[in-house]
Each structure stands twice: as C-alpha cells, then as structure tokens.
Design a protein. Structure first.
Length: 206
C-alpha cells in the first residue's frame, strides 16, 4: 500500500495496531477522520487520551471505573451479597447486556493457563478470597469461558473456598464447551445465568 503522505501512513499504521483492524479498514477510518471538522477530530483524540490517562480499576471488583469504586459496586439497588466471577471486563459488559443479573462482579484479569505462563498469583484470586471472607457473601457465580482453562480456574478457586458456607454455582452449559462468553447471544447467556448449577455437582462430573 503506497501513500503520498507520511502523516497519513503513520496514522494508518497506528489504527492497524488495533485488534481486528487491517490496513484497508485503517485507511478507511483515517480518511473518514480527514473529512471531519477539525474540532471533532480534536474531541475524538482528546476523549481517547483522557480515557487512557484517567480511567481506573475498581478497588473492590477490578472492573473499569471513573473513581476508586465502579458504578456497579456503588449501586445500592444491586445485590451486593452476590458475586459473579468473570475473566475480563468484556465479560462484564456481555452479562450486563442480558439485563438478567443484578449482583456484583469480580474480574480475575485472566484465567489459569500454565501453557501461557499464567498462574494463580498473576490473577485477582487472593483479593476475591479476601473479599468473600470480609464481606457477607451469599453466592458466588462462576461465569468463566467453558474451556479447559476456565474449568481449571473454577476448580482452583473452589478448592480455596471449600470451607466457606457461601453458595458456589456456575453458569449452565447452554454455552458450548470451548466457546467464549462475549460471543454468546444474549438469550443463551441469560438462560445460562438463570439455570446456574452448584459447582460441586459440575466438578464431580468432570
């Protein structure tokens, strides 16, 4: 791809670094910005820069937040005694889009995957254990991707919580094994939440 402007080429290369964006799509985006009013482009870049510089992670659940605590944890109308354990922030957004869950979350920041060099110490697991011990937690719902890594993570955390009286469940397997939550349709994800299973039953069947 040949460019008559180094500035244009630099912008295309930067957009092409985004996931799922190839050079052709990047070029379309850059050319679109060139057609916009200068103030609109400045606002666009300002918002992105401010997001990157000012966004925080909730001190309680590790979801994205504008302050120390995210809007979900700060919402007194939500069931603070229920924790949905997810792999990443995209999964929070996927579950929230179902409008079928009214509890809180805990974002692990990944899943246990020895082949990828990811162990329990690199995830927000100990903070989850501490949170359950500190707070009045009635139920923990594991909403991790239905694959080997997800199941390994569930098994590890469940063992750490084996002496707790908290109810521990996992979403029903309406989602195919090997699938990912963020790509599941809202109805399937909603039904998986509603028909969740006790973790000990699920683990026992493995």
């Amino acid at each position: 791809m040949q460019f008559s402007s180094q500035l244009l080429e630099n912008a295309v290369n930067e957009f092409a670094k985004l996931p799922g964006i190839g050079k052709k799509t990047a070029l379309r985006l850059v050319l679109h910005l060139l057609k916009q009013e200068e103030k609109d482009v400045e606002q666009f870049s300002e918002i992105v820069a401010r997001m990157r510089n000012e966004i925080k992670f909730c001190q309680r659940c590790f979801n994205v937040a504008d302050g120390d605590i995210c809007s979900i944890c700060a919402n007194s109308m939500r069931k603070q005694e229920t924790i949905c354990v997810v792999e990443n922030i995209r999964d929070v957004i996927a579950i929230e889009s179902t409008q079928q869950y009214n509890g809180t979350y805990h974002v692990l920041g990944g899943i246990i995957s020895p082949l990828d060099g990811v162990g329990p110490d690199q995830l927000n697991i100990e903070s989850l254990i501490h949170r359950i011990q500190k707070e009045t937690t009635e139920e923990i719902i594991f909403a991790l991707n239905p694959n080997i890594q997800g199941d390994t993570t569930i098994y590890y955390i469940q063992k750490k919580l084996q002496h707790t009286t908290t109810r521990i469940t996992t979403i029903a397997r309406g989602i195919a094994f090997g699938g990912e939550l963020e790509y599941a349709d809202e109805m399937t994800l909603a039904r998986s939440l509603q028909n969740r299973l006790p973790v000990e039953n699920y683990v026992a069947n493995k």
